[in-house]
Design a protein around this ligand. Structure first.
Ligand code: HEC
Length: 281
């Protein structure tokens, strides 16, 4: 009797759960949750642009990295630090030792903090220094940027999916006028004051004002035309290098390993032929 009752209670439970499950599934099918402004207007990064570092044979275009460094220094460094990179690493961009020294000296770095007043003293950078902090602390960074802290860019190219193309799209092509249809369909999603509509930023409204605005914002020494698109491409390439300076070594090691495996396959095949030469099989 007890057994029968227990089964009955169990069956009732299963029935109730089944009804609830069916209710949820049919609800999702017949009445899907309405699309949000992000789902409708967010764009995936532009893929239709080639970077030298793309693909298995990817390498760095040193001339482009030097241009990207210039964009970072003259534009992005006003807000973003690059703490994981040391000035001496810039030698990888094709600079001679003396040039690296001169580049380092263009940056100020904190040399000491007064133990009584907390005041800082600065000196010129040397190659072993890392790129300096931009703000003394996050509170100051937030206060200067409408409540958002500009993230360190050292690993940004790795921290975002498809980082190279993402950075290029975000700063080069993301700032467009907010579509009228968006404002009409999603009045709540209108870009608030102090934010900027950017179709490649996950929530569409970014606290970073458009950093690259006009052609000629930087002047390239190699004569490349500094369009917004070009500057965005160059700085994206530079930040890709910053996040993965050993990419070329990694690719070379990978290709070397593949070549080794290929040769080994031939050797194994040759050995197999040799061993079974006189045997019918
Ligand atoms: C005036 C200050 C300022 C300048 C100049 C600036 N940024 Fe930003 N940046 C910000 C702020 C603030 C954020 C944080 C945005 C947020 O979280 O809404 C940010 C965020 C970013 C992000 C991260 C976006 C994400 O997915 O979280 C990237 C990448 C970026 N900036 C790249 C650049 C590049 C490249 C340059 C130079 C061409 C640059 N920024 C120049 C202030 C600036």
């Amino acid at each position: 009797m007890v057994r029968f009752l227990a089964s009955l209670v169990g069956a009732a439970f299963v029935l109730v759960l089944g009804i609830a499950l069916w209710g949820s599934i049919s609800g999702v099918i017949t009445d899907p949750s309405p699309a949000t402004a992000e789902q409708r207007y967010y764009h995936h990064p532009i893929e239709d642009v080639h970077f030298a570092s793309d693909g298995v044979f990817g390498h760095y275009d040193k001339q482009q990295l030097q241009r990207g460094y210039q964009v970072y220094k003259e534009v992005c460094a006003a807000c973003h630090s690059l703490r994981q990179v040391a000035f001496r690493d810039l030698a990888a961009l094709g600079y001679e030792d003396a040039q690296v020294k001169a580049l380092a000296a263009q940056w100020d770095t904190i040399s000491s903090i007064n133990p009584d007043t907390g005041e800082t003293a600065t000196r010129k950078g040397v190659p072993s220094d890392h790129f300096p902090h931009v703000y003394p602390n996050d509170i100051a960074a937030r206060a200067a940027n409408g409540g958002a802290v500009p993230p360190d860019l050292s690993l940004m190219a790795k921290a975002r999916h498809d980082g190279t193309h993402y950075i290029y799209s975000l700063v080069g092509h993301g700032y467009v006028a907010q579509p009228a249809a968006l404002i009409r369909d999603f009045p709540d999603a209108v870009t608030p004051k102090g934010r900027y509509f950017n179709q490649y930023f996950a929530n569409l409204n970014i606290a970073m004002p458009p950093p690259l605005k006009t052609e000629g914002q930087v002047e390239y020494a190699d004569g490349t035309r500094p369009t917004v698109d070009q500057m965005a491409k160059d700085v994206a390439a530079f930040l890709t290098w910053a996040a993965e300076p050993k990419l070329e070594t990694r690719h070379a090691a990978g290709l070397g390993a593949l070549a080794f495996i290929l040769i080994f396959c031939f050797l194994a095949w040759g050995a197999y032929q040799n061993v079974w030469r006189d045997l019918k099989h």
